[in-house]
Design a binder for this molecule. Structure first.
Ligand code: NAP
Ligand code: MG
Length: 458
């Protein structure tokens, strides 16, 4: 057994039994066994089960949210949205079983049609930052396409995934169709990747582990979808509504205490409005309410763990510029004293683009701000990273918005907004931010193989 801690209080929420290799293999065997009946189910019946699963999740939004507040330190407003997102993604992909269209292609001597066949068992490996949505983005389309699913939650945050699996059974999913396997990445996660009967891995987490998984998957030509790190740029041009850009910037990076792969953790501001932007940003940051995530009026809760807090602190205080000196803190918000893994929202001014705080994914409430002189420099700075997940562009010039949006090497951009994720639109990264896309109309491609069949007419 290991303990799940409340990150806001460091109290033990509950204990969870991590699975060993034998238990993982047994679960995969059950998922294999459940496959034929699940894929043979009439499309309308599979759709109905997914809609029922969505309805059961909807009836438990508050309970799931409370689990995420206690077990992951998410603010209650965010946690309710996250549980609602699982419901919405299930509803969205409930339409898919009846719309998994193939094609009829003109050929000589007969008829040619394509089918979208399920892959078999899909393994989903989930990080601790958004336990519910990231799980749902994997299991909802995977199940809709006729696959069975084994899902490993992060060791730190297994509770909502375990509850979702129970709710799936309550909704009528047959045994073995959707199983949650708590345990260590090095044990359960590794086994899902190396198991020959797990035909695909959907992984979200660090670029380091994602790279390791991609390498291992090569042995079996195993399919992978990877959603990895980010160092996204929030680009503010002088012609923008600078007040709005500044007012929105904190939520764009400090939401979920900055533990968000889409966090706009680099702010680039056109030099002519740089001072004014910082003046406007300061009250927006110092005014953030940081505290118990269970309180409805709180903007930011704690970090997930002591280890993550120490890592974040290291970027700011621990000799974090390229030469080993602490970075300059422009200003910072507050954080409670006492127990809990707290870190205040912090705005830093790097000395150069070589500083680790400018280059590396901090995954905490730290944002770095630099000025730029023109559009070309803004795009070059935004692209000067191995990552390419999200980003924002603030300008009133439509042509510029279009040019910069086409110029930034990133999978998800927003203009005059910091929103990255909608379940109906594709999500994923360029460069080392990932491989493949989740969500939206094309996600089913990632959970099916195209089969071509020719019927001779003689
Ligand atoms: P991580 O190690 O990449 O963990 C992500 C998931 O992979 C967890 O479920 C983890 O299990 C599992 N895992 C770990 N090693 C594995 C292996 N060898 N084979 C298969 N699965 C494995 O991320 P982390 O260590 O929690 O966080 C470190 C940093 O990664 C963060 O500071 C942040 O920069 C980045 N990160 C990014 C995202 C994102 O959404 N892009 C999410 C989380 C973290 P355990 O929890 O049991 O180890
Ligand atoms: Mg790790």
């Amino acid at each position: 057994m290991y303990q799940v801690l409340d990150p806001a209080t460091e109290e033990v929420v509950t204990e969870v039994e991590p699975l060993d290799l034998g238990q993982v293999d047994a679960a995969v065997a059950r998922a294999v066994a459940a496959g034929p009946a699940w894929r043979a189910l009439a499309p309308a019946d599979r759709a109905r089960l997914l809609r029922r699963f969505a309805a059961v999740v909807d009836a438990h939004v508050d309970e799931l949210a409370e689990l995420e507040v206690r077990g992951a330190g998410h603010t209650v407003g965010n946690a309710r949205w996250e549980a609602g997102n699982v419901r919405d993604v299930l509803d969205y992909y409930a339409a898919a079983p009846e719309r998994l269209f193939g094609r009829q292609i003109p050929v000589a001597g007969g008829m040619d049609v394509t089918f979208r066949e399920p892959l078999g068992v899909v393994g989903i490996i989930v990080p601790w930052n958004f336990p519910m949505p990231i799980a749902g983005w994997g299991f909802a389309p995977a199940l809709a396409a006729g696959n069975t699913v084994v899902l490993k939650p992060a060791e730190l945050t297994p509770l909502t995934a375990l509850r979702l699996a129970e709710l799936g059974r309550e909704a009528g999913l047959p045994p073995g169709v959707f199983t949650v396997l708590p345990g260590k990445g090095s044990v359960v996660g590794e086994r899902l990747v190396t198991h020959e009967q797990v035909r695909k891995i959907v992984f979200t987490g660090s670029t380091e582990v994602g790279t390791h998984i991609l390498r291992q998957a090569a042995d079996q030509v195993k399919r992978v979808t990877l959603e990895l790190g980010g160092k996204s740029a929030n680009i503010v041009f002088a012609d923008a509504d600078v007040e709005r850009a500044a007012a929105n910037a904190p939520a764009g990076v400090f939401d979920n205490a900055g533990q968000d792969c889409c966090a706009r953790s680099r702010i680039l501001v056109e030099r002519t409005v740089y001072d004014r932007f910082l003046e406007l940003l300061e009250p927006a940051v110092t005014g953030l309410r940081v505290g118990s995530p269970a309180k409805p009026d709180v903007d930011m809760g704690p970090l997930i763990s002591a280890g993550q807090r120490d890592r974040v602190r290291g970027f700011v205080e621990g000799g974090a510029d390229a030469g080993g000196a602490p970075v300059d803190v422009a200003f910072r918000g507050s954080a409670p004293a006492g127990p809990g893994f707290w870190y205040p929202p912090t705005v830093v001014l790097p000395r150069s683009t070589a500083d680790p705080v400018w280059r590396e994914e901090v995954f905490g409430p730290v944002v770095a701000v630099l000025p730029f002189d023109d559009e070309a420099e803004a795009v070059a700075l935004a692209n000067d990273t191995e990552y390419g997940l999200s980003g924002s562009i603030w300008t009133r010039d439509l042509g510029r918005a279009l040019r910069v949006a086409r110029g930034v090497e990133s999978g998800n951009l927003s203009v005059n907004s910091n929103a990255s994720v909608r379940y109906s639109t594709p999500f994923g990264g360029f460069k080392r931010s990932g491989l493949g896309r989740e969500l939206g109309p094309d996600a089913l491609d990632a959970f099916t193989e195209v089969k071509n069949v020719f019927f001779a007419d003689d």
